[in-house]
Design a protein around this ligand. Sequence first.
Ligand SMILES: [Zn+2]
Length: 371
Amino acid sequence: MLINGNAFLKTADKYHYAQGAFNVNTEEQVDAAIQIHEALRAPLFLQGAQLGNAFIGGKADFKNGNLDDIKKGADLLADYVAKKAEVASIPIALHLDHGLTFDVAKACIDSGYTSVMIDGSAHEYEDNVELTKKVVDYAHKYGVTVEGELGTIAGVEDHVFAKNSSYTSPLQALDFINKTGVDSLAISYGTKHGANKGSDIKLRMQIVTAIKEILLSEGIDVNLVSHGSSTIPQYIVEEINNLGGNVNGTGGIPIEQLKVAIGCGINKINIDSDIRLATTRNFRELGKKNPEVVTDPSTAGIYKLLAENEADIDPRTFLAPVMNLVTENKADTPALKEINRAVNLGTQEIMGQLIVNFGMLGMAPKVMEFK
Ligand SMILES: [Zn+2]
C-alpha cells in the first residue's frame, strides 16, 4: 500500500515513536528496505533526494544532474516502488528529500511520489513562505503531503550546504505553518547534515519542546522532522579504515539524544549517511574476502574507485561504472550479485537497528488502521 505521509507521522505522534525516513539510491536498496521493514512489521518511509533521483535515473555524474535527469529517476523510482508496494505487507510512503525548486517537487508529484519536501530555507523568510505555499497548493490537489524547512541545518549533504546553522524560531514556525499549510516541518535545533558532525554536537531540545507546545496550544496538527540525524556508528568507521579506507573526523548524533528528541515531539528522523557507511564497508569487506570481485571485468571498475577514493563513503561514487545495476537492478554476473548483496545487507543493517531504536517495531498495522 503506497500512501502519503500523514498516517505515518500522525501515528508516530500518537504512539510516541519516530518514523525513520531512509534515503535510497538503487532499486536493490528499495528491496532491502521492504525486506527489513516487513520482517519487523514497521511502516516504511522511503526517500529519494533531488540529486539521488538523477543517479537512480542513470546519471553517474549525479551532482550535475538537471531537471530531466531528476524526472527520469523520479519516474523510475516511483514506478518501481508502486509495483513493490502493491504486494508489500506494510504501508509505504515515497518522499522527495530536499526538493529545492517548485519544478523538482512537481516532477516528483507527477511521477507518483506520495510526499515531498520543499526546502526553501536558503531563501529569505518571505520567499521561503511563497515557494512552500506554491508547492503545498499543487501537492494537496493530488493528496500529496508536504514537508517544509525553517531555520538552517548546518553541514553538507549532496547539494544541500549550509556553513552555519541558525536555529528555528518557535514563533516564526507558527507563522510559517499558518501561512503555508505544510503537513510537517523540518526544524533546526542543532543537528547537522553529513558524516562529519564533530564531537561537540549539542542539541537544543528546548526548541523542539517550544514549537510542539505552541502548536498544541493553537490546535495545529503539524509534525516535526529531524534532519541531519545520522548516528555514524563508529564500529563501521573503524571497519572501513581497517579495510583500506581513510575516513576521518566523523561524528554523529548519539541514539540516546535522538530518543530524547522523540520524547520532546520529533515525529520523523531522516537517515542517509549511516546507510552509505554500511554499504561502503560491505564493498571493502567483499573485496578483501572475495578477491575475484576486484578483478572480475563486471566489478573491477567499482574496486578501482574504492582504491582511489579512500575517504569517500558515498556508494554512488563506487557504483558509477555499473549504472545498469542501479537503473535496472541488472545483476547478470556472479560478481554483480555479490555487489547487490553488499548493498542489500548494509541497508538492512542500518534500518534494522534504527527501526528498533526509533520505536517503529511492530507499528505497521497501526499506520494501516489510521487510513
Ligand atoms: Zn536533510
